[in-house]
Design a binder for this molecule. Structure first.
Ligand code: FNR
Length: 185
């Protein structure tokens, strides 16, 4: 099983990247987590680019990565009360072409880290909404890290209860994949 991880902060030293790594560390044995490393290279979605002769390689690769993944984990900062444009753009890319979009039916979950103690509530709500509208089988539960610049020590979440919530959400995502596989069998 493979979980594709989309991280919406593009900066070096991102706390969301640390949160992504903490989530990946909670994946059970035999489940891989892969961060898509080229979101910064993804052009803004345009239908003018969405043709065989214009499709950027990174857009094609993102679609293939989502199609090949068993689940998607969206990890986003809160920017001006919503999810980051980098992950919104990624969702837009994988929500097309209509009728053959890689995200449709894919188990997905949202986690977020942000500077305010409100723990990126709005970014998480919008992340769930956007994934649902795009057609993913998104978990309603999310995990948010507030005051994110103080939240990690050596890549680990200092708040053990929050770390347990993260582990539980990761387990729920893996369960969703397994349930989907059982009902398809
Ligand atoms: C922010 N930040 C922020 N924080 C928050 O809690 N709510 C918000 O609406 C915003 N808005 C916002 C807009 C912009 C343009 C920036 C650059 C920042 C702070 C943000 O959450 C903080 O920088 C995060 O830590 C970014 O995540 P990374 O880069 O550490 O992963």
């Amino acid at each position: 099983m493979n979980v594709l991880v989309l991280v919406g902060s593009l900066r070096a030293g991102s706390t969301n990247r640390q949160l992504a790594d903490a989530a990946i560390a909670h994946l059970p044995t035999g489940v891989d987590g892969t961060v898509f490393a080229r979101l910064a290279d993804l052009p803004h979605y345009s239908e003018d680019l969405d043709h065989d002769d214009a499709l950027p390689e990174v857009g094609r690769d993102l679609r293939e990565a989502v199609a090949d993944a068993d689940a998607v984990l969206l990890v986003t900062p809160e920017y001006n009360g919503s999810l980051s444009s980098a992950v919104k753009n990624a969702v837009d890319w994988v929500s097309r072409p209509r009728g053959a979009a890689a995200i449709v039916g894919k188990p997905a979950a949202v986690i977020a880290a942000a500077g305010s103690p409100r723990a990126a509530t709005w970014a998480r709500e919008d992340g769930v909404k956007v994934l649902r509208v795009a057609g993913a089988a998104v978990l309603e539960d999310t995990v948010g890290v507030g005051s994110s610049f103080q939240a990690f020590t050596d890549g680990r979440l200092g708040d053990e209860a929050l770390d347990a919530e993260l582990r539980s959400l990761v387990d729920d995502l893996v369960d969703a994949v397994e349930q989907g596989a059982r009902s398809a069998a």
